[in-house]
Structures are given as C-alpha cells and as structure tokens.
Design a protein around this ligand. Structure first.
Ligand SMILES: O=C(O)C1=C[C@@H](OP(=O)(O)O)[C@@H](O)[C@H](O)C1
Ligand SMILES: C=C(OP(=O)(O)O)C(=O)O
Length: 462
C-alpha cells in the first residue's frame, strides 16, 4: 500500500544515471485496464475465477466495491495481489433494494463497463451509476444510445448525456442483441463495454464500425481477454466488424500483466538521461496492452530500446530528437512523451489526441499550462499538440529565471495521476520541480513515488 504523501512533493533529481536492470529491474503493478476487464468478465462467467497480479488502486477498488454492492462474492488477498470471484453465469445476484448505488470515483473503465453490465441485472434491480464531480463531466451518451437501441432502460438523473444515470436490469438474454452500426465515438470504452455483454445477449452482438475507432488497441485488448474467458468472436482483418457469438464466459485462472501505461514513466526517465538504463519486467511486444508499444516512440526519438521475450529495456543515449507522431492508439502516453520532449532537440508534435479533453482533466489544456511553467512553448491546433522545448533543453521559469529549490516550478496536477507521474520525469532532471497533490497517483499507481525513490537509490549505488 502507498505511504501517506505530502500536499506537495519536490522531486529529487538523479545524482547519476541509474541502472535498474537485472535484480534491480522494475516491476510495475498490474494493469488497470486488464484488472477492471477481468473482474467484470469473472463476475459474469460461469464458475470461479482466480486473478493474480491484480492492481489495487482507486480505479480497481471502485470496481471491486461495485461488484460487492451488487452482491457478488469476491475474495481479496491484497498482500498476494490475488482476487477470487464467484461468477454469476450472466445472471447478476438479486438485490432487495431497488436502486443499488454504484459510486465509481473517476474510473472511466468501471463507469462505462458497469453501465452496460447492469442491463443484465435481474428485473426489479436498478443501479445508480455515479462518481466524483469530474466523472459527471465525462460523456456517456455514446454508450447509452446504442444500449437503448438494444432495448436497455437507462435514465439520466442529471445532465442529458452524462452520469449520474439509472440503469434498469432486464435479465440475462432479454436484450436480443444483433447488429449495431457504430459511428466514431470519443472513447473506445463504450465499445469495450458493449462487447463485454455481447456473449449474454440472445443473438450475440455484431458491431459494424462506420468510420475510424479511437484508441483501437483497447478494443483489441477487450476482444482478446474475452476470448481468454471462452467467448467466441470473429473480426474482420481490418477490425471494421466484430461479431460476438452468444454463449457466455467460463471462469478460469489468469495472470494480469503489469500496467504498460504506468511503465512509461520509468522508461521516459531512462530515455531522458544519457546512460540511464531501465529494464521493465514482464512486458513485451506480445502484451495485450497497446501502450507496450510506447518504447518504440522513445526509440524513434533516439533512445536505445530492446524488446525481449519477457522484458523491455530502455537506455538513454543523450541524443533525443523531437518526433511527429500519431498517438490516437495510445492516448495515455501523450503526457509521458510531452515531458520527455522537453529534453529532445527540436519540436515534437503529437497528433489526433482530441479525446484527451474528456479524460481525468482536459489534458490538452493541462499540458499547455504546466509545460509552459518549465519554459516550453506549446501550441494546440485542433486535435494536435506541439511542444517546443526551452533553449538547449534548459528548464526555466516562463520569465527566464532559473528553476531552483528556493524558486521552484510548482506543477499542478488537476487530480490527474498522469500529470503527476509524467511531470516527475522533469523533476529527475532538474532541481526545483514540485508536484502538487502527488497523492492523485492513487488512481492507478499508489506506489509510484516509492518506486521512484528506488530508482534514485539505484542511481546513488552506481
Ligand atoms: O479501455 C480502457 O481500459 C482504456 C481506454 C482508453 O480510454 P479511451 O478509449 O477513452 O481513449 C484509456 O485512455 C484509458 O485509460 C483506459
Ligand atoms: C484516461 C484514463 O482513465 P479512465 O479509465 O478513467 O478513462 C487514464 O488512466 O489515463
């Protein structure tokens, strides 16, 4: 579990390049995306499931609490990171109360996945799905609409198109399913939510995409994990049609991969420092997570990157250059690359990432504000963002004064874990970078700053 964090944390720069390989290699806690998917699939499955390497963080705790409030039997061993779930075979436990409140924090995955799953609850059961104020600003209409087309009964309790919502249970196999033609959506989580109930719809579910799919690797992750739980799914080669057959899931035993998104920060730190080297254990090119490809972007910038069978190694060469890249498939990696870009020669442009505006905060605006505090120039044009690093990559206040311990740059984090984690990269390079509200990392990586201190210790031991 995480130690208590102060209101503001000054990051200690590395005194020397670190070597975190071999027995000092970094092991990142379990993937949020896989944990929340696996928990839902296990709950819907026939039989029991054991999940190992589970992430315990705000996002997954909200999901676990949600399942418990719905009456699922969930056994949790936090020390061993194991969760056992007794599946309901598509028929959620009956509740005596009419409205079960599912407070899902700011967990996009839990909120969207539970919205779809609740339609399978028994008749007479309904759930109010709600969260922290920011969750109530994150749209859900593009999920509610197709669910209604399938026959779901969902009401908006506040503003139309946003949580809180009330979802009425209809019971397993009541919604017929069939074909859904999907226009492009602002989040792939709506598609993952729909797909995951597909095996319990009378006719299964066929999604026909009329246009590009945002954050596509997350949809592929959903399909792959569903297959691992026994679902029968066909896809066209170009992923323009996904067809889920009726038939349900089977409980099983599953190892959750480490969180590839959260591995990006240590990789970014290594890439930004000449001769620093990090080995991330148990991630590889075969990962279910699209973000495992992030190291390839660092390689394009000039870092030395090796993908091994069960690890990814990144070494800083001291020769980073800006890149122009489309990050639509890996939106959670934008903040990491944007901070690394401060230490590259020339500008970096990241394209097609408009949906950053509806995440934990408006990440486009947050990046512009905070990178500017470190002396960068940031331009946002449509859905693209360009970072022009400060002269000679020397971080400084916007008024040109040096950033020092007594005159620090205080980075606001907007209750967004990825702001805190990515701007810490800058703090490992420059004295005087302070992270406001560092505890926001609890959303997906409660031990983040502990791991960062371990890297610092690795540097001192060189
Ligand atoms: O399905 C998932 O697990 C996720 C999908 C992505 O969201 P969008 O599809 O909204 O981009 C990503 O940003 C989020 O952290 C996790
Ligand atoms: C966008 C994110 O989370 P969520 O699942 O809440 O959308 C994220 O973790 O970066």
């Amino acid at each position: 579990m995480s130690r208590a964090l102060p209101d503001r944390l000054m990051i200690v720069p590395f005194s020397k390049p670190f070597d975190a390989t071999g027995d000092r290699a970094v092991i990142i806690p379990g993937s949020k995306s896989l944990t929340n998917r696996a928990l839902l699939l296990a709950a819907l499955a026939d039989g029991e499931t054991t999940l190992r390497g589970v992430l315990f963080s705000d996002d997954t705790e909200r999901m676990l609490e949600g399942l418990a409030s719905l009456g699922f039997q969930v056994g949790i061993d936090r020390e061993k990171c194991i969760v056992n779930v007794k599946g309901c075979n598509g028929q959620m436990p009956k509740r005596s109360e009419q409205d079960v409140e599912l407070f899902l924090g700011n967990a996009g995955t839990a909120t969207r996945f539970m919205t779809a799953a609740m339609t399978l609850a028994s008749e007479n059961t309904s759930a109010i799905i709600t969260g922290i104020p920011r969750m109530l600003e994150r749209p859900i209409g593009e999920l509610v609409e197709p669910l209604r087309q399938l026959g779901a009964k969902i009401e908006y309790l506040g503003e139309e198109g946003y949580p809180p919502i009330r979802v009425h249970g209809l019971g397993k196999g009541i919604m017929r399913g069939g074909d859904l033609v999907m226009k492009p959506t602002v989040s792939s989580q709506y598609l993952s939510a729909l797909l995951q109930i597909g095996p319990y719809l009378h006719e299964g579910l066929t999604m026909i995409f009329d246009g590009p799919v945002t954050s596509l690797p997350y949809v592929k992750m959903t399909v792959e994990l569903m297959r691992q739980f026994g679902a029968k799914i066909d896809t066209t080669d170009d992923w323009s049609i996904i067809s889920v057959k009726p038939g349900g899931y089977q409980g099983n035993t599953k190892d959750i991969e480490p969180d590839a998104s959260n591995a990006s920060y240590a990789m970014g730190m290594a890439a930004a420092t000449q001769d620093a080297i990090v080995e991330i254990k148990h991630l590889s090119e075969n990962s279910l997570q699209g973000d495992a490809a992030f190291a390839k972007e660092l390689a394009k910038m000039g870092a030395d990157v090796q993908y091994l069978d069960d690890a990814i190694i990144v070494r800083g060469t001291g020769k980073l250059k800006g890149i122009d890249a489309d990050f639509n498939a890996i939106p959670d990696m934008v903040q990491t690359i944007a901070v690394v870009a401060l230490f590259a020669k020339g500008e970096t442009t990241i394209r097609d990432v408009g949906n950053l505006r509806i995440k934990e905060t408006d990440r486009m605006a947050a990046l512009k504000n905070e990178l500017t505090k470190l002396g960068a120039t940031v331009k946002i044009v449509g859905d693209d963002i360009t970072i022009i690093p400060p002269d000679q990559n020397k971080l400084k206040h916007p008024n040109g004064q040096p950033i020092t311990e007594s005159n620090p740059a205080v980075i606001e984090t907007y209750d967004d874990h990825r702001m805190a984690m990515s701007f810490a990269i800058a703090g490992t390079k420059q004295v005087g970078v302070v992270i406001d509200d560092p505890a926001c990392v609890n959303k997906t990586f409660p031990t983040y700053f502990e791991q960062l201190s371990q890297l610092n210790t690795a540097a001192q031991r060189q």
